[in-house]
Ligand binder design. Structure first.
Ligand SMILES: Cc1cc2nc3c(=O)[nH]c(=O)nc-3n(C[C@H](O)[C@H](O)[C@H](O)COP(=O)(O)O)c2cc1C
Length: 223
């Protein structure tokens, strides 16, 4: 069985089968694992090489991480997280985002200064700067926020799926952002996402959640 697979992300990645063997979606039978990096299928005899979360687990394990270990995040993982953002849906498919990946410590420290709540960026292994066009009117501004939210969330879940933590921060100081990232005219830094392995505790499904109760949030048929 191949150890690596070519990807559209510009290189080769280690094959990464899903942790839980699946039944074939067409026949409903069998016991194969699907590679999460390249999509290839592996049969019964193949051992699971990496512990990888299922989507539902990743959704429930994601949390805002603000302290990171010094361990670097592999390029293939960063590319997969960025790819999740690139694939996000957007209004009329306008894809208003650009992502500037930062891994240089000096740059990360400077990037952390774009907002008082962005201190976690300084200690992250990497940061994804989410850059957007300056909106032309209120409607575009609203669409932009929605679309950036979708791309951001996709990246946070994709990261959690790999056991990698992410931390949000908006950007207030656009001059600082421009100086650090060299943004072109007409673009601004909307958000920064810290990326790295959590220093407090590994990501795991959160049972005691600080969220409003399900029955309070969900209304069926009518409010
Ligand atoms: C738009 C937005 C802005 C945020 N800004 C910050 C921030 O400046 N600093 C920070 O540490 N966390 C920030 N957060 C993280 C939230 O505080 C966090 O997601 C929320 O408390 C829920 O916690 P959880 O993500 O761990 O579930 C932000 C989140 C969002 C969606």
């Amino acid at each position: 069985m191949d150890a690596t697979h070519s990807t559209q992300l510009g290189g080769f990645v280690s094959c990464r089968p899903s942790a839980v063997p699946k039944a074939d979606p067409l026949s409903g039978r069998g016991n194969y694992q699907i590679c999460l990096m390249c999509g290839c299928r592996r049969g019964d005899a193949v051992e699971v090489q990496n512990e990888v979360m299922e989507t539902w687990d990743a959704l429930r394990a994601r949390r805002n991480v603000r302290k990171f270990t010094a361990q670097p995040v592999p390029d293939e993982a960063l590319n997969q997280i960025l790819e999740a953002g690139r694939r996000a849906p957007s209004a009329s498919n306008w894809q208003p985002w650009d992502f500037v990946l930062v891994t240089d410590r000096t740059q990360l420290v400077e990037l952390a200064k774009v907002w008082q709540g962005a201190g976690h960026v300084a200690g992250a292994a990497a940061a994804i700067s989410i850059v957007a066009p300056v909106p032309q009117d209120d409607r575009q501004s609203a669409l932009l926020q929605f679309d950036l939210g979708q791309a951001t969330y996709a990246m946070t879940v994709a990261a959690a799926d790999l056991g990698i933590g992410t931390g949000h921060a908006p950007a207030a100081d656009q001059e600082q952002a421009r100086a650090v990232l060299g943004l072109p005219e007409g673009r601004f830094l909307a958000y920064v996402l810290s990326v790295g392995y959590p220093a407090d505790r590994p990501l795991a499904v959160i049972d005691r959640l600080n969220r409003r109760p399900f029955d309070e949030v969900v209304h069926r048929g009518r409010w």
